[in-house]
Design a protein. Structure first.
Length: 133
């Protein structure tokens, strides 16, 4: 197990040739607090944590998994009635609310990605629309 820190989400994603997963827009009320990469056997996790100074925050998480793992995770989201599927930029995103926190999940190649935290639906959609832009 190793943990590394990076100055930005883009810098961490570039190490794994996943820079197109970095959003070009973050809600202006938030600032980047930290970016960490945890490497475990079989999975690498990138976490970018953003805060607004009032105790609210959200994370962008990219889990790079062994090939095929994302298919089983996708099935869970598709069959869980608590998630609403939205298509943005021709990719499927699964939205859920949980105790005033918004969660959005999606897959990309062998990555399972999610955004969790104190975002409005509109902020989350705008952030997602900026991915790959």
């Amino acid at each position: 197990y190793t943990r590394s820190a990076y100055p930005s989400l883009l810098a961490a994603l570039q190490v794994y040739s996943l820079e197109h997963l970095a959003p070009s827009w973050i809600p202006p009320r938030f600032a980047l607090h930290s970016v960490t990469v945890d490497e475990l056997e079989g999975m690498t996790t990138i976490v970018a944590w953003h805060e607004d100074g009032t105790g609210q925050g959200f994370s962008i998480v990219v889990n790079m998994m062994a090939q095929g793992e994302t298919d089983s995770m996708r099935t869970i989201y598709e069959t869980n009635g608590d998630y609403k599927e939205r298509s943005i930029n021709s990719n499927s995103y699964f939205f859920a609310g949980n105790m005033d926190k918004l969660s959005v999940y999606w897959t990309y190649q062998s990555c399972l990605c999610n955004i969790n935290g104190d975002l409005t639906q509109e902020e989350a959609e705008q952030l997602i629309a900026s991915i790959g832009g």
